[in-house]
Design a protein around this ligand. Structure first.
Ligand code: ADP
Ligand code: 5GP
Length: 231
């Protein structure tokens, strides 16, 4: 068993968090990654519906919409030219090439939510998650909480991608091939959830969000009133 000092040191190495980041803005930034077909879009949507202060930052992508997907709701669907212009103007907090398409998170969207004191959930791939770690200091953002969602097996992922519909056979095999590399990076995340049953996975996601919201370094603004009474 680790003593408290060692445990704190280990935590700092893995996640980069700890008392050195004290105090934190009240807003929380949740980064959720998973191989395709795991259910992260489904889980993130449930979380946004459940927590009134939690917002999803809608990404920009050059991928064409799947059947049923709506511009401005699922993604901002944009051309390669417009995406490149956003890169040139440094409008992205992060962006990456994933499964042959470009995806990015707009800096202004996340900053606007943080300015309003809201919590943010970003559904982004592992490359984007790494880039955000480098960006937070530059943009005065809250230290992210990294959550990785795993499928019970790759076979189940494949079944879920097929049942969702909308991906070509080539896109499905590319996504399954990429899943192996993505799962290797799961160990660098703060939390792992296996999405075997949706309700159980959602309970775990809810617990993580609630616990992270209650961390003392994030509660400072809220406890000020109580402190004033005792000082
Ligand atoms: P991702 O965003 O990770 O690619 P989605 O959220 O789009 O995955 O989910 C892929 C498909 O799997 C959807 O049809 C969704 O309804 C379904 N799904 C998600 N979680 C589960 C689960 N625990 N059990 C069965 N089907 C699920
Ligand atoms: P899909 O095409 O299935 O919607 O998403 C494919 C992958 O792109 C998923 O891993 C998803 O998390 C990731 N993704 C979606 N939006 C962004 C984004 O803004 N940035 C990055 N880096 N990845 C994203």
């Amino acid at each position: 068993m680790l003593n408290k000092k060692k445990a704190a040191g280990r935590r700092q190495r893995v996640t980069g968090r700890g008392m050195s980041s004290f105090p934190q803005p009240a807003s929380c930034l949740f980064i959720v990654s998973a191989p395709s077909g795991t259910g992260k879009t489904t889980l993130c949507r449930k979380a946004v519906d459940y927590f009134p202060d939690l917002m999803h930052s809608i990404s920009y992508t050059t991928r064409p919409p799947r059947k049923g997907e709506k511009d401005g709701i699922d993604y901002h669907f944009i051309s390669k030219k417009v995406f490149q212009r956003m890169i040139d103007r440094e409008e992205f907090l992060e962006w990456a090439e994933v499964h042959g398409n470009s995806y990015g998170t707009a800096l202004k969207d996340t900053q606007c939510l943080i300015d309003k004191g809201l919590d943010i959930i970003l559904d982004i791939d592992v490359q984007g998650a790494k880039k955000i770690k480098q960006q937070i200091a530059l943009h005065n953002m809250p230290f992210p909480v990294y959550i990785f969602i795993l499928p019970p097996s790759l076979k189940v992922s494949e079944e879920r991608i097929r049942s969702r519909g909308g991906d070509s056979p080539k896109a499905i095999s590319e996504r399954l091939e990429n899943a192996r590399a993505e799962i290797r990076d799961a160990v660098y995340y703060d939390y792992l959830i296996i999405n075997d049953g949706l309700e159980d996975a959602f309970e775990r996601l809810k617990s993580i969000i609630t616990a992270e919201k209650s961390r003392s370094e994030r509660m400072m603004e809220k406890v000020k009133a109580v402190y004033k009474e005792i000082i």
